[in-house]
Design a protein around this ligand. Structure first.
Ligand code: ATR
Length: 274
């Protein structure tokens, strides 16, 4: 049996175990997906030591994604983003490498969620609101997929710093948000605004328009105020569960080498969210 898991703190609320286990069941794989919740000072050693425990792969979540870089041989994209959310012990267990391989599948979560909804990224103007971990992954993902990216963040300095790392990107505060949204084809909410707070939105309704595709990284609630108002404005909407799904799908495919059973994983995830 192969053991996969999620390491973070806290991880009790995670939707990843049912999502991945639905994938194993659909493909008839003998595997389990469990959670690990170490203290901060033990996390890097735990990630380094996964292969010694016979673990096949780990997802990494808050607050260890940045620390995980120190425990792995990071793929170039994970290195650029500065965060690892997927650790693959496969090459190490096969004796090919002496460190686990680290990836960032949050970026693919963004682009694959948009692709699933037939949203074109190449050549488009993308506005990423938020410059934390989710904002970093989204900005790199969209720029690498051919969009011109502007990052807008409450703390403007954080956005300008991120934009310096992302090809052809610009960054700033929220004061010119109306103009930025008007000029955008793609809007990604990568802030926590709206999470568990259905009355909050990061972008006022009167800024939204029908030529937008809007992806909200928030998945609780699944239909945020932003998505509801974007739909009312005629925009294409993509909820945060698609991002969560596709970061998991990408990890599943790295670990197993198989095409993930996307429908089975999506059904399990949506069932949990409802
Ligand atoms: P994550 O890794 O999930 O992106 P994070 O690093 O804590 O989490 O980042 C949270 C993001 O939401 C940040 O962009 C934060 O803005 P600041 O950098 O100014 O803190 C943004 N955010 C959180 N609460 C916000 C609010 N009430 N209004 C606007 N932005 C908010």
């Amino acid at each position: 049996m192969d053991v996969y898991g999620l390491i973070g703190n806290p991880v009790g609320h995670s939707l990843s175990p049912p999502m991945h286990e639905a994938g194993y069941a659909a493909l008839g794989l003998d595997a389990r997906y469990v959670t690990f919740e170490p203290d901060a000072d033990a996390a890097v050693a735990a990630i380094e030591g996964g292969a010694d425990l016979g673990v096949a792969g780990l997802n990494v979540t808050v607050p260890f994604k940045r620390d995980a870089l120190r425990a792995v041989d990071a793929a170039p994209l994970a290195e650029r983003i500065g965060a690892v959310n997927t650790v693959d012990y496969g090459p190490m267990r096969a004796g090919e490498t002496d460190r686990p391989r680290g990836h960032n599948t949050d970026a693919a979560g963004v682009t694959r969620a948009l692709a699933h909804h037939d949203v074109t990224v190449d050549g488009r103007e993308a506005l990423v609101v938020g410059a934390g971990g989710a904002g970093r992954a989204a900005a790199f993902a969209l720029a690498d997929a051919g969009a011109t990216v502007h990052v807008a963040n409450r703390t403007a300095e954080r956005a300008t710093e991120l934009a310096e790392d992302v090809p052809d990107a610009t960054g700033g505060g929220l004061d010119d948000l109306a103009t930025r949204v008007a000029a955008a084809d793609l809007l990604v909410n990568a802030t926590s605004v709206g999470m568990e707070a259905p009355e909050e939105t990061p972008v006022p309704a009167d800024h939204l328009h029908g030529d937008l595709a809007v992806l909200d990284a928030v998945y609780a609630p699944i239909e945020t105020r932003l998505l509801r108002e974007a739909a009312a404005a005629g925009a294409t909407t993509v909820d945060g569960a698609w991002m969560l799904l596709y970061q998991g799908v990408e990890a599943f495919e790295i670990w197993t080498g198989e095409d993930a059973p996307v429908e089975a994983m999506n059904a399990a995830l949506r069932a949990e969210l409802e």
